[in-house]
Ligand binder design. Structure first.
Ligand SMILES: NC(=O)c1ccc[n+]([C@@H]2O[C@H](COP(=O)([O-])OP(=O)(O)OC[C@H]3O[C@@H](n4cnc5c(N)ncnc54)[C@H](O)[C@@H]3O)[C@@H](O)[C@H]2O)c1
Length: 146
C-alpha cells in the first residue's frame, strides 16, 4: 500500500487530485490530507473523500513543523504532494508577506520534515542515506519557484 500526504486538497487542483487518486488506486492507498482551510479551501468539495476510510483529514498549516513531523511519525508517508499555497495573485499585492510565509517557508517546512522522516543515517563515506522510493512532488508556479 502507498501512503500519500496531500496538502491543500480542499483547493481547486488538490481536490481533483484526491478524487483521481482514490478512484485510480482503489484499496491500495492511504491518504493524509493536510489543509488549513483558508478562504480558498472548501471542505464540501471533498466531503465524500474525507469520509472514506482510506483518508484522514487534518486541519492545519504546512508551516507548523511539529504538526507535519507528527504526521510523518504516525504514518510512513511514501509520497508528498504539496498543493497548499496562497495562489490568488490579486491577494499577493494586498498581502505579500502571507504569500512568502506560506509558499516559501511552508514549502521549506514540508521539505525539511520529509527529509528528516526519510533520513536513514550515513553510508560508509559519510554521505546521507534516505529511504528508497520516497518522493516529494511540489506543485507550484513562479510564486514558489521565484
Ligand atoms: N489553479 C491553477 O490554474 C494553477 C495553475 C498553475 C499552478 N497552480 C499552483 O498549484 C497550486 C495549487 O493551486 P490551486 O488552484 O489548487 O490553489 P487553491 O487556492 O484553490 O487551493 C489552495 C489550498 O491550500 C490551502 N492552504 C493555503 N494555505 C495553507 C497553509 N498554510 N497550510 C495548509 N493549507 C493551506 C487552502 O485552504 C486551499 O485548500 C498553487 O501553488 C498554485 O499556484 C495553480
Amino acid at each position: 500500500m502507498k501512503r500519500y500526504l496531500v496538502t491543500g486538497a480542499a483547493g481547486f487542483i488538490g481536490a481533483n487530485f484526491l478524487k483521481y487518486l482514490l478512484k485510480k488506486y482503489e484499496e491500495d492507498i492511504y491518504v493524509v490530507v493536510l489543509d488549513k482551510l483558508t478562504y480558498a479551501g472548501n471542505l464540501g468539495t471533498i466531503k465524500d473523500e474525507i469520509a472514506d476510510s482510506r483518508v484522514r483529514f487534518v486541519r492545519g498549516d504546512i508551516r507548523n513543523a511539529e504538526l507535519v513531523a507528527n504526521i510523518f511519525a504516525e504514518t510512513d508517508i511514501d509520497y508528498v504532494v504539496n498543493f497548499a499555497a496562497e495562489s490568488h495573485v490579486d491577494r499577493s499585492i494586498a498581502n505579500p508577506q502571507l504569500f512568502l510565509e506560506t509558499n516559501i517557508l511552508g514549502t521549506q517546512n514540508m521539505l525539511d520534515c520529509a527529509r528528516k522522516a526519510w533520513y536513514r543515517g550515513k553510508d560508509s563515506e559519510g554521505k546521507p542515506l534516505y529511504a528508497e522510493g520516497k518522493k516529494f512532488l511540489q506543485v507550484s508556479t513562479d510564486e514558489v519557484y521565484g
